[in-house]
Design a protein. Structure first.
Length: 478
């Protein structure tokens, strides 16, 4: 099932001007003496001239120290036009800040964006173009590269740069894994066998969904690993059933809401294993406090009729839950209304939105799943990868992780809500250098409470059980 999506964006030629420490040479007519060296770290990083958020200029601090940009001035190609940055505005190292300049001037199809110090004469940086952004003129890589037409508007975040193609879909250049390159096994030999898929860590418990219709409750095994809970019938995992006690869900992903497992464990399933040739794209809720060796779903939200058709084994693979509080605060756009997301219009629904990932298409969909059993799709967007095998919401970093398996060389993407309220790619990470291209279908991150010396644990589930191990542990920076 090796597939890749190669996207080759037509590059639009543009003339660009990057002005740095050489200003003192006088190569640019009318430019006064050079500014302080620290300001060389501030760069125009993205320009949007048309669309829903037109006339916007983003700055980035590519340096290592915070810089005060109070009173600095943005201009277009007309010297009489100016936008003064508000007092008290600073850019910390590695951060982005977008400025909507449309009240002061418009950015045309052939125009220029220029940044000056507060004296209005000392030029810090500039960029000119000969056609509208479609959708964004962006530096690739951020802060240092040439300007290009990007795949998406990413104001106030890393740019979504086009590449020449590749298994990840080619929307942003992949970078090194943001943690240690070392990876170690996190289970005993041959505990799970094949088909361990979705993961979700809840403190000292790691939940695991297995394709064969089984849910595992794992507890810590020393400081680095996990083992099956031996209490309350969990020793060999619990068999899952659809509502009514029938069928065998092809359980691929698992997540919890803000209520934790006490509020139910939610499993994404792509089909009934007893009718494996037919798609059944469902989210199932289980009460995991009951005894016995099997669990019957308390509720099923069957999304099959609302989603594009997929192969029966190419359906829902990942699932995660994002709280309403974050979505509202980030001005998330509800695609069903075209307006800002308003949780109140949906009644009781668990206080958040469930996002599911499709293996066969790489698409991600957001659903409000109501307590009454109804559902509303509120988002549809691409992961930028050939397939999605896992989704994880990381609340500490307010980012959505989308994970692909060996089909995409183990790439991971993070997505954030942009200035127009939609999830767009923030970064693409290669797998850790010490991990072979395993068939990882599960991924989970520890909470902020496990941060130590700037890092925290992460875990992968290897569907193929390579070397007799299905769980591996690595780290990312907190």
């Amino acid at each position: 099932m090796n597939r890749s999506i190669a996207r080759r964006g037509r590059r639009v030629l543009a003339r660009f001007l990057v002005v740095g420490p050489l200003l003192a040479t006088g190569a640019l007519s009318g430019v006064p003496v050079a500014h302080a060296a620290a300001t060389d770290d501030i760069r125009i990083n993205e320009v949007v001239t048309t669309g829903d958020v037109d006339d916007s200029i983003e700055l980035v601090n590519k340096g290592t120290a915070t810089i005060d940009v109070s009173g600095w001035i943005l201009k277009d190609d007309d010297t009489s036009h100016s936008y003064k940055i508000a007092s008290g505005t600073t850019l910390a190292a590695g951060t982005y800040r977008a400025f909507d300049v449309h009240d002061k001037f418009g950015l045309g199809s052939a125009d220029e964006a220029r940044l000056y110090l507060a004296d209005g004469k000392t030029l810090v940086d500039g960029f000119s173009w000969s056609s509208h952004s479609a959708p964004s003129w962006s530096r690739c890589p951020d802060g240092t590269g040439d300007f290009r037409q990007a795949l998406a508007v990413t104001l106030s975040g890393p740019n979504s740069c086009r590449t020449s193609g590749g298994g990840d879909g080619g929307s942003t250049s992949p970078v090194v894994w943001p943690g240690s390159g070392s990876v170690a096994t996190a289970d005993a030999s041959n505990v799970f066998g094949q088909d361990l898929s979705g993961l979700y860590q809840e403190g000292d418990v790691l939940w695991g969904a297995q394709n064969s219709g089984k849910l595992w409750r794992l507890v810590r095994d020393g400081s680095t690993g996990w083992k099956p809970d031996t209490s309350n019938g969990w020793s060999s995992g619990k068999t899952l059933r659809f509502t009514g006690g029938s069928g065998t869900p092809d359980s691929e992903g698992v997540t919890l809401t803000g209520s934790g497992s006490a509020g139910g464990v939610f499993v994404a399933s792509e089909r009934n294993g007893d009718a494996s040739g037919t798609s059944r794209l469902s989210v199932l809720k289980y009460d995991v406090t009951t005894s016995g060796s099997s669990l019957t779903a308390a509720k099923e939200w069957n999304l099959t009729s609302d989603l594009p058709a997929t192969g029966s084994n190419l359906g829902l693979e990942g699932i995660t839950w994002v709280p309403d509080t974050h979505l509202v605060g980030a001005a998330f756009k509800d695609s069903s209304t075209g307006a800002a997301y308003d949780p109140a219009r949906y009644g009781a629904h668990g206080g958040g939105v469930f996002f599911v990932g499709v293996e066969g298409t790489g698409m991600i969909y957001g659903y409000v799943l109501t307590d009454s059993g109804s559902y509303t799709r509120v988002a549809s967007f691409t992961s930028g990868m050939a397939g999605v095998m896992e989704l994880q919401w990381e609340p500490q970093a307010t980012r959505l992780w989308a994970v692909c398996d060996d089909t995409c060389d183990g790439r991971h993407r993070t997505l954030k809500i942009d200035t127009i309220g939609v999830f767009t790619t923030a970064a693409v990470f290669n797998r850790p250098t010490g991990m072979p291209n395993y068939n990882n279908e599960g991924f989970s991150l520890a909470g902020s409470g496990e941060c130590a010396a700037g890092s925290k644990p992460v875990y992968w589930a290897d569907d193929t059980n390579d070397g007799g191990h299905a769980l591996r542990k690595g780290t990312i920076t907190c």
